[in-house]
Write a new protein. Structure first.
Length: 319
């Protein structure tokens, strides 16, 4: 009975960790400026000047979007924990385990099959909320021009990416439990550092191009200004990419990510279209500041610390 209880606690902890450390969606660029107004109101451009910049008063529609977004975020967090909890504690998880064991036979394939079944079921359960947050709501606020087919296609691509990446990694914590029953929580947390680094820094290079086309900037003069700004910030060897996000959204975004040969500066084509060169360079200086100050790296270690606390708590509950 104790062994069964331990496995239940471990499974719930890993579900929680999977929720907290899920790979980012294509629009979740690190430290980007996504979800800004579709038609930003231009204040007085500051070119060689100093002084306060006028901030336009937010419209009632903008305030309504912000307030409802806070409640929607809270709903998503509760839902993300509630669904796995219901699946686990109602006994449905045990039924999935039995099916997975019949298909997989050995412990490795059983875990991978269980993971695939779990992800597919939760994908279907989450689909109405995903439709509300990712399609209906942005259209209601004139922040999206994405077709339903494109949105649903991206959802399916995200599902496939999650199945592949999860299938490659989900068995590792269970292996660590077998090899180190008393320290598995520590080794799993340490393993989360390179995994989270991949999701936050490498995934934009590998995964994002599956959803949108990345290409060189069309405005070569502006590209050179961005590269000069990056050089002044100490970001050497980066490439600048323009993304055709206008097929999906009216919002603007830009970010700096990657390291070594994967280092890149990314701008949505909507950002280039809606901002003046001075405004765009100002935004890029802000994004480069995030990169230079190591905010992405800090977020990786924060995620690892969060996973450590969660897994250690589950380990203590076994006693």
């Amino acid at each position: 009975m104790k062994t069964h209880r331990d496995l239940v606690i471990l499974a719930f902890a890993l579900m929680t960790v999977a929720t907290l450390a899920a790979p980012p969606k294509p629009d979740d660029a690190p430290h980007g400026i996504a979800n800004q107004a579709g038609e930003p109101q231009t204040a007085k451009a500051v070119s060689g000047e100093t002084g306060p910049v006028a901030v336009p008063e937010p419209s009632e529609k903008a305030l309504r979007h912000a307030r409802s977004g806070d409640w929607l975020w809270l709903t998503e967090q509760v839902w993300a924990l509630l669904v796995p909890g219901v699946i686990l504690f109602t006994g449905f998880s045990a039924k999935l385990r039995n099916v997975a064991h019949r298909i997989g036979r050995n412990w490795f394939l059983t875990i991978v099959v269980y993971f695939a079944l779990f992800v597919l079921i939760t994908f279907v359960i989450d689909l109405p909320l995903s439709y509300c947050t990712g399609f209906a709501r942005p259209h209601a606020y004139d922040l999206s021009n994405q077709t339903f087919g494109k949105w649903f296609g991206d959802e399916l691509k995200g599902l496939m990416v999650g199945l592949i990446m999860g299938g490659l990694l989900v068995w590792l914590p269970y292996l660590l439990v077998k090899k180190s029953p008393r320290r598995w929580w520590l080794w799993t947390s340490l393993l989360a550092i390179p995994v989270t680094a991949f999701f936050l820094l490498i995934a934009p290079v590998v995964i994002d191009p599956l959803f949108n086309k990345f290409g060189p900037m069309k405005d070569t003069a502006l590209e050179q200004q961005i590269l000069d700004l990056a050089g002044r910030a100490g970001i050497e060897g980066a490439r600048v990419f323009e993304v055709d996000k206008s097929a999906d959204t009216n919002t603007v975004n830009a970010y700096v990510t990657g390291f070594g040969g994967s280092k890149r500066i990314v701008l949505w084509d909507t950002t280039i279209a809606k901002l003046t060169p001075d405004e765009l360079l100002f935004v890029m200086a802000h994004e480069m500041g995030h990169y230079v100050l190591g905010h992405v790296l800090k977020s990786i270690f924060f995620a690892a610390a969060l996973i450590l606390v969660t897994l250690y708590a589950s380990y203590r509950l076994q006693d």
